[in-house]
Design a protein around this ligand. Structure first.
Ligand code: FES
Ligand code: FE2
Length: 388
């Protein structure tokens, strides 16, 4: 049972400045009705980022994914444009593609209707006597999609409230010192975590837990971060210096790969942590980019896609295979330490006596920015009264 009025009051406390805001109310991390509102308001009615597309290099390269219960195909068409289609046949709704790969066209495994890379129906056997059946008027359902800095964004609704640049505003500018769009992904990993989707994104974006959850692994690598940049769009970003390399463990610093080509000296020995609302976050250092895309499975568990990217020139080095393992080791070690902390927090969030706390303004700055944005969206949606 959720006290709606009280919930709205608590969300209003998240609209305050960084040093005065409260945390998102605990009920938002364990209530299925709130998750339904989140999916509608935060995911379906705006552009969402669905990951780095460097692995889609050639025409016909594709990957399939399930985003908010909607299976999609992300594919590069003949003119090299990225397109996002619903992964469903226009005949009797079979799923068209599985996994990832390269194809010259999309052929349905059920009755062999075939579509070109632009989604147009090209072949449909034994349909000549179907009245008014016009192949050239049938296409796969396509969603709006755009690519910025190598990241693909999709919008599920036909009518756009905002175009992508209005939504993410100065996103490209803030990341202009890193060659993000030229990086290539070298490892992808998917795993589930027993915590609310927001909690996973929050822990990745805060410095507060580092010395307590990661004392032996990465806790000492990070210095105090700068105050977050002013972001005008639906994202937040915080830059911070490191002692050594943020993409390697404290005791494996000797395995560093070269810096990204052309990186200016003011961003060496640093990491920028960015959260594109609602559900994609990444960190970019001198040498690597690591990305987490998080999808809710239900209110208390989520699916996480982890991607690690490097410059092409680094990937070509003979030492890359050996040295990159240390980077993957660092990513996995940090997550292995975060997961028990997240599962413990998830149990706490279910406690009927849990109440919103306060943030450490500098060390949880990205998390405060998200809480501001989240609460504003939920309050504006006017849907809170629907929660029973
Ligand atoms: S369902 Fe795809 S061709 Fe029949
Ligand atoms: Fe962590």
């Amino acid at each position: 049972m959720v006290d709606n009025l009280n919930l709205e009051e608590k969300l209003k406390n998240c609209l305050k400045s960084h040093d005065a805001s409260s945390c998102i109310p605990p009920v938002c991390y364990s209530n299925e009705e709130i998750l339904k509102i989140e999916k509608d308001v935060l995911f379906k009615k705006q552009w969402i980022c669905i990951g780095h597309v460097s692995f889609l290099k050639k025409a016909g390269d594709y990957i399939t994914k399930e985003i908010l219960d909607t299976p999609v195909i992300i594919i590069r068409d003949k003119s090299k444009k990225i397109r996002v289609f619903a992964n469903v046949c226009r005949h009797r709704s079979a799923k068209l593609l599985e996994g990832k790969g390269n194809t010259s066209g999309i052929i349905c495994p059920f009755h062999s209707w075939s579509y070109n890379l632009e989604g147009r129906l090209k072949g449909a056997p034994n349909m000549d006597d179907a009245k008014s059946f016009k192949r050239d008027e049938i296409s796969l359902k396509e969603f709006h999609s755009e690519v910025r800095l190598g990241l693909c964004f999709v919008h599920f609704e036909n009518n756009l409230e905002k175009n992508l640049d209005e939504q993410i505003d100065n996103f490209e500018n803030i990341h202009s010192k890193w060659p993000m769009e030229t990086l290539v992904s070298t490892r992808e990993r998917t795993f589930n975590v027993n915590c609310n989707w927001k909690a996973f994104l929050e822990v990745f974006n805060e410095y507060y837990h580092l010395p307590y959850v990661h004392p032996e692994t990465i806790g000492d690598v990070y210095k105090l971060p700068n105050f977050p940049d002013t972001t005008n769009g639906a994202f937040t970003s915080q830059f911070g210096r490191t002692s050594g390399n943020g993409a390697l463990l404290e005791n494996e610093q000797q395995f560093a790969l070269p810096d990204m080509p052309g990186l200016s000296s003011d961003v060496l020995n640093s990491v920028r942590y960015t959260w594109i609302f609602p559900n994609l976050t990444f960190a970019i250092g001198n040498d690597a980019l690591w990305i987490y895309e998080v999808h809710p499975l239900n209110s208390h568990s989520c699916k996480v896609f982890q991607t690690t990217c490097f410059p092409e020139s680094t990937v070509k080095l003979s030492s890359f295979e050996k040295l990159s393992k240390q980077y993957y080791h660092r990513m996995d070690a940090a997550i292995e330490e975060d997961i028990p902390a997240l599962e413990n927090q998830q149990n706490g969030l279910k406690n009927p006596y849990a109440e919103p706390g306060r943030f450490s303004p500098l060390l949880e700055a990205n998390v405060v920015s998200f809480a501001n944005w989240y609460s504003k969206k939920l309050i504006e949606s006017d849907n809170l009264s629907l929660i029973t």
